[in-house]
Design a protein around this ligand. Structure first.
Ligand code: NAP
Length: 289
């Protein structure tokens, strides 16, 4: 049993912290900006809720974090009352936020300067993956530090991989989002075309999902897409945040991402249609408007 802190009990962090307590059997201290959520978590799982990230990290062996973006992450780490004020020598800070590789390298240097360690560890698998404790975790950091953290991370994961030095986890998550971008647009266009052609979409998907066109998105999202239901899952606002990060990275490393850049603009249309919190499969709504 380790002393573990968790900062950021949102859609993802709340159940992830729960698995660290229940499955991992660790001694948990939690912090959330909106205090009521931390109190609810403590009442449900039996850990300790505290008022600042610094209090949460004080004395912890492993400090987990899952907040929104780069600025949120800086605020709870190197900001006032941030976790890095108290992070002890030898402690490992594991960041599950989807953020830039640049902020990961910056926090790795800040943790190292304190004699502590940093691992960027963004996740994929969505809300359901977090609730069921079956997330995919893409890590960047030192191999020895990773090996010490891995059994703790396992509490909420099905797949955990070390991708390289600090920032490599975030770069891998960028690849993940790039692969999804064009795929969802293709699926949206396929369903849109099928409907216009007067086909029975259920029947079409039943047949083609077993062939070369099959995908996780097709299996898990075609029913809700053809029913026009988009009010769940990974939000368009979050996807645009991720695209912003990876398009900046691509400008720096010279990668060409024409389709991803185009789909980013399609999601801007969806935001204008009022779909900021809709699921990313809402690209179909844009075609049907
Ligand atoms: N949702 C998904 O399906 C999914 C999947 C993969 C990856 N992710 C990534 O995981 C991260 C979290 O996503 P989520 O869906 O859990 O988001 P969320 O429900 O909006 O939760 C965000 C959490 O961060 C806290 N927070 C935000 N800004 C803060 C600040 N400046 N200071 C202190 N706390 C702050 C929020 O506190 P409050 O409660 O006070 O607002 C909340 O606990 C994001 O980077 C997202 O891209 C999400």
């Amino acid at each position: 049993m380790a002393k573990v802190a968790f900062i950021g009990l949102g859609v993802m962090g709340y159940p992830m912290a729960g698995h660290l307590k229940n499955r991992g059997g660790h001694d948990l201290t939690v912090y959330n900006r909106t205090v009521a959520k931390a109190e609810k978590w403590a009442a449900e799982f039996g850990g300790r809720a505290v008022a600042t990230p610094a209090e949460a990290a004080d004395g912890a062996d492993f400090v987990f974090c899952c907040v929104g973006n780069d600025d949120d992450l800086r605020s709870v780490t190197t900001g006032k009352d941030g976790a890095f004020e108290t992070l002890k020598a030898g402690a490992v800070f594991i960041d599950n936020t989807t953020a830039s590789a640049e902020v990961a390298r910056e926090l790795d240097a800040a943790a190292t300067a304190r004699g502590a360690h940093f691992i960027d560890a963004p996740v994929s698998g969505g809300q359901a993956g977090a609730e069921n404790g079956v997330l995919t975790v893409m890590c960047g950091g030192d191999p020895q530090v990773f090996e010490s953290a891995r059994p703790v991370i396992d509490a909420y994961a099905r797949m955990v991989g070390l991708m390289g030095p600090a920032g490599s986890g975030q770069l891998t998550k960028m690849v993940n989002q790039i692969c999804i971008a064009g795929l969802i647009q293709g699926l949206a266009e396929g369903i849109h075309f099928g409907k216009k052609a007067g086909l029975d979409i259920e029947k079409v998907i039943e047949v083609i999902s077993k062939g070369a066109a099959g995908s996780w998105q097709m299996e898990n999202r075609h029913k809700t897409m053809s029913a026009g239901k988009y009010d769940f899952g990974f939000a368009v606002d979050w996807m645009r945040k991720d695209f912003g990060i990876l398009l900046t990275e691509a400008r720096n490393n010279g990668a060409k991402l024409p389709v991803t850049a185009l789909v980013d603009q399609f999601y801007a249309d969806v935001q204008e249609m009022g779909g900021k919190r809709w699921d990313t499969s809402s690209l179909l709504a844009r075609l049907e408007k």
